[in-house]
Write a protein that binds this ligand. Sequence first.
Ligand code: HEC
Length: 160
Amino acid sequence: MKKAIIRMPMIALASGMIMLATWQLHAETNRVQFPELEGLVHYTTVRRGEVTEHIMTTPEALEAVKKGEPIPAGTHFVLVDYREGKVHRYFVMQNGPGWGDDYEERRRTGDWQFQWFWADKSINLQENTTRCQSCHNSRSDENYLYTLDALKAFDGTVVE
Ligand code: HEC
């Protein structure tokens, strides 16, 4: 009987620690804000089976890339993932001055950070955006972008 009384707070403490650990796993550093979609330029569409991806960025980033200048801080790149004609999720990249410093060097993708938003614009807390970075890292010569060539080629007509 006495033992049981002592164990109770121990169990409470242990489960509290597990909750804290889980919270820390999801609470990774992330500064990405959901963008104003209306102002963005849709420059390319990628189709993968059932998935249609509309890829867009700011007019300022488009202009900079055309001129061969650096992409300005605060730029958003958005991949809108449509399934059966409806938005399924948004993949977003955003850059900012010194944002790369939030992460250790081997994870870093320049000053870009990544986020996964559901159709209702809530964040997918199950995702750790290290995965996004590890893939996009292979594009370090192209501003960490996969569709830089399409952006360069864009002349007002969506590149497919
Ligand atoms: C397995 C590799 C891989 C992973 C993981 C990945 N991406 Fe990408 N991403 C791509 C490819 C490839 C494209 C080009 C579009 C296509 O082919 O579907 C792309 C395109 C994009 C674009 C459009 C800009 C560009 O690079 O052309 C954004 C924004 C983006 N991804 C964000 C994300 C986010 C956010 C995550 C994590 C939630 C993520 N990506 C994870 C491979 C990846």
